[in-house]
Design a protein around this ligand. Structure first.
Ligand SMILES: Cc1cc2nc3c(=O)[nH]c(=O)nc-3n(C[C@H](O)[C@H](O)[C@H](O)COP(=O)(O)OP(=O)(O)OC[C@H]3O[C@@H](n4cnc5c(N)ncnc54)[C@H](O)[C@@H]3O)c2cc1C
Length: 475
C-alpha cells in the first residue's frame, strides 16, 4: 500500500520547502521530494538558491568585499595592512560551510514541522482515485500518493547553442561558484544579475574580468538613471563591460577559452580568457517529471502553465517558483509557495506581483520595487520624481561609501508611491521600507512624515520622499 499524503511537494528549493512547511503548519500531512545531492551523495535541501545560487554567491561576495576593503579602503581609516593575501580555497570552503548550514537548517525545519522528506527524483505516474501517484527514484524506489501536488522543480542555467557547460572552462553558475583559485583572466557572457555579481567577486580578487553583453544598454530592466550610476561605478572599479556585442565562435584549448565576437561598432574582436562563465538566463526545469503521464500543460518555454493562483490545468496540481511564469527570484517562489499552501487549506493566499523587490548584490548594490521612470512614461502615467544622493547622507560619509542615490517616483495627482530605485550602500536592506510603503499604498508624504533614525542610510529614503515635493532638508 503506497503512503498517502494530503500534499506532496516536488522540489525542495525556496518555493518547495516553504510551501511544505506552510502546508504542515496548516495541519496537512505533507511530503517533500527533492533530488539534490551534496558532494557525499546525501540530501542538500534548498535547491538552486541554497546550493548554487543566492546563498553561495552572497558568501563569496562578502569575502571578496572584505578583501577589497582591506586592499583599497582601510588606509582611509588609518589602518595599514601588510602582507595582505587571500586564500581562495579557504574562501570557497567557508562558502561551502555556509551552504551546509542552510541545507541542515531546512532538514531541521522539516523535522520540526513533521514534513516527510524523500530524497530522490519525483515523477508523475498517473492520476488515481486518491489524487496522483508520484514515483520517487532515489537510493530505493517507492510510490507515494498525494491529494494535492505542488511542483517546485526550479530552473537550469541556459547554455549557448553548441557550447555545453563542462564546468572546467565553460562554467554555469554551478562551476562559477566552485572556482578555487583566482583566474588571471575571466570572461563572462551576459551582464545580468548573475554575471555582474560573479564578475564583481573575481574582479575584487585581482582577476582581469571582461563581461560581454548582447544588449546595447546595461541592465535594461533597471531605472535608466540608476543603471547609469551603477555603470559609472563599475567602470571606475575596472570591471570591463562591452555592450551590444555579437558573440561568435567559442573554442576551448589547454590554455583556456577563446571567444570571437563582433563589437557594437562592428569590429571583429577576440577575447582570450582562462575560464568563461555563461550567464545568459535560466530555463524552467521539468526534466524527468514525466508530465506527459498526467497531461500537465507546459508553454513554449517549457514552463508549467499556471493561472494567477498557481493552479495548473490539472485539478489538485499546483506549480510555483522558477518553473512557472514571472521573475526568477527566491522570495517570489517563497511567496507563491505560502499562498498555494494556504489555498489548499481553504484560505485566501495572496501574492502581490507589483511589490516584489529586486536586488543586485554588487557594490554599489542596486535594489528597486515598482515601476521605473521609463515604464511610467510608456504607461502614460503622470508622476513626480524625487532623488537624494548618498553623498549628502551623514551615515554614508561616515561609512566611507557615498556612491549612488535613492530615487522615488510618485503619482502626480494622488502622491501614491509608484516605484523606488536605489543604487548605493545597503540598498538590499533599504528597499524593505519601500516595499512595505507600496504594499500599504503609502504616499511619498507618508514616508516624508515618518521619523527616521539619525544618522542612518534610511534618512536618504525620507529625503528622496521630501524631494518628490521639492523640499529636501539636507541637499
Ligand atoms: C548564481 C545565482 C544567484 C542567485 N541569487 C539570487 C538572489 O540573490 N536573490 C534571489 O531572490 N534569487 C536569486 N537567484 C535565483 C533563485 O536561486 C531562484 O529564483 C530560486 O532558487 C527558485 O526557487 P525554486 O524553489 O523555484 O527552484 P530551485 O531553487 O531551483 O529548486 C528546485 C529544486 O527541485 C529539485 N528538483 C527538480 N526536479 C526534481 C524532481 N523531478 N524530483 C525531485 N526534485 C527535483 C532540484 O534539485 C532543486 O533542489 C539566484 C540564482 C543563481 C543561479
Amino acid at each position: 500500500m503506497s503512503k498517502q499524503f494530503d500534499v506532496i511537494v516536488i522540489g525542495g528549493g525556496p518555493g518547495g520547502y516553504i510551501a511544505a512547511i506552510r502546508a504542515a503548519q496548516l495541519g496537512q500531512n505533507v511530503a517533500c521530494v527533492d533530488e539534490w545531492k551534496n558532494s557525499q551523495g546525501g540530501p542538500a535541501l534548498g535547491g538552486t538558491c541554497t546550493n548554487v545560487g543566492c546563498i553561495p554567491s552572497k558568501a563569496l561576495l562578502q569575502s571578496s568585499e572584505h578583501y577589497e576593503q582591506a586592499s583599497h579602503h582601510f588606509a582611509d581609516h588609518g589602518i595599514t595592512v601588510k602582507g595582505l593575501s587571500i586564500d581562495v580555497a579557504k574562501m570557497v570552503a567557508r562558502k561551502d560551510t555556509v551552504v551546509k548550514q542552510n541545507n541542515d537548517g531546512i532538514q531541521y525545519l522539516f523535522k520540526k514541522n513533521k514534513v516527510s522528506f524523500f530524497h530522490g527524483r519525483g515523477s508523475f505516474v498517473k492520476a488515481s482515485a486518491d489524487g496522483y501517484e508520484i514515483k520517487v527514484a532515489g537510493a530505493t524506489e517507492e510510490t507515494i500518493v498525494g491529494r494535492h501536488i505542488i511542483v517546485a522543480t526550479g530552473s537550469n542555467a541556459r547554455a549557448l547553442p553548441g557550447t555545453p557547460f563542462d564546468e572546467e572552462l565553460i562554467l554555469s553558475n554551478d562551476g562559477a561558484l566552485r572556482i578555487n583559485a583566482a583566474p588571471k583572466k575571466l570572461g563572462l557572457i551576459g551582464a545580468g544579475v548573475i554575471g555582474l555579481e560573479m564578475g564583481s567577486v573575481w574582479r575584487r580578487l585581482g582577476t582581469d574580468v571582461t563581461i560581454l553583453e548582447g544588449l546595447p544598454t546595461l541592465l535594461g530592466v533597471v531605472d535608466e538613471q540608476i543603471a547609469k550610476e551603477a555603470k559609472k561605478a563599475f567602470d571606475k572599479q575596472g570591471l570591463k563591460i562591452e555592450l551590444g556585442v555579437n558573440v561568435g565562435e567559442i573554442k576551448t584549448s589547454k590554455k583556456g577559452v577563446t571567444v570571437t565576437y563582433t563589437s557594437a561598432k562592428g569590429e571583429a574582436k577576440t577575447l582570450e580568457v582562462d575560464k568563461l562563465i555563461v550567464s545568459i538566463g535560466r530555463s524552467p526545469n521539468t526534466t524527468g517529471l514525466n508530465v506527459e503521464a498526467v497531461g500537465l500543460k507546459l508553454d513554449e518555454r517549457g514552463a508549467i502553465v499556471v493561472d494567477a493562483d498557481c493552479k495548473t490545468n490539472l485539478p489538485g496540481v499546483w506549480a510555483v517558483g522558477d518553473v512557472v511564469r514571472g521573475p526568477m527570484l527566491a522570495h517570489k517562489a517563497e511567496e507563491e509557495g505560502v499562498a498555494v499552501a494556504e489555498r489548499i487549506a481553504g484560505q485566501h493566499g495572496h501574492v502581490n506581483f507589483q511589490t516584489i523587490p529586486w536586488v543586485i548584490y554588487t557594490s554599489p548594490e542596486i535594489a528597486w520595487v515598482g515601476r521605473t521612470e521609463q515604464q511610467l512614461k510608456a504607461d502614460g502615467v503622470a508622476y513626480k520624481a524625487g532623488t537624494f544622493p548618498f553623498l549628502a547622507n551623514g551615515r554614508a560619509r561616515a561609512l566611507g561609501d557615498t556612491t549612488g542615490m535613492v530615487k522615488m517616483l510618485a503619482d502626480a495627482k494622488t502622491d501614491e508611491i509608484l516605484g523606488v530605485h536605489i543604487v548605493g550602500p545597503m540598498a538590499s536592506e533599504l528597499i524593505a521600507e519601500c516595499v512595505m510603503a507600496m504594499e500599504f499604498r503609502a504616499s511619498s508624504e507618508d514616508i516624508a512624515r515618518i521619523c527616521h533614525a539619525h544618522p542612518s542610510l534610511s534618512e536618504s529614503t525620507k529625503e528622496a520622499a521630501l524631494a518628490v515635493d521639492k523640499r529636501t532638508l539636507n541637499f
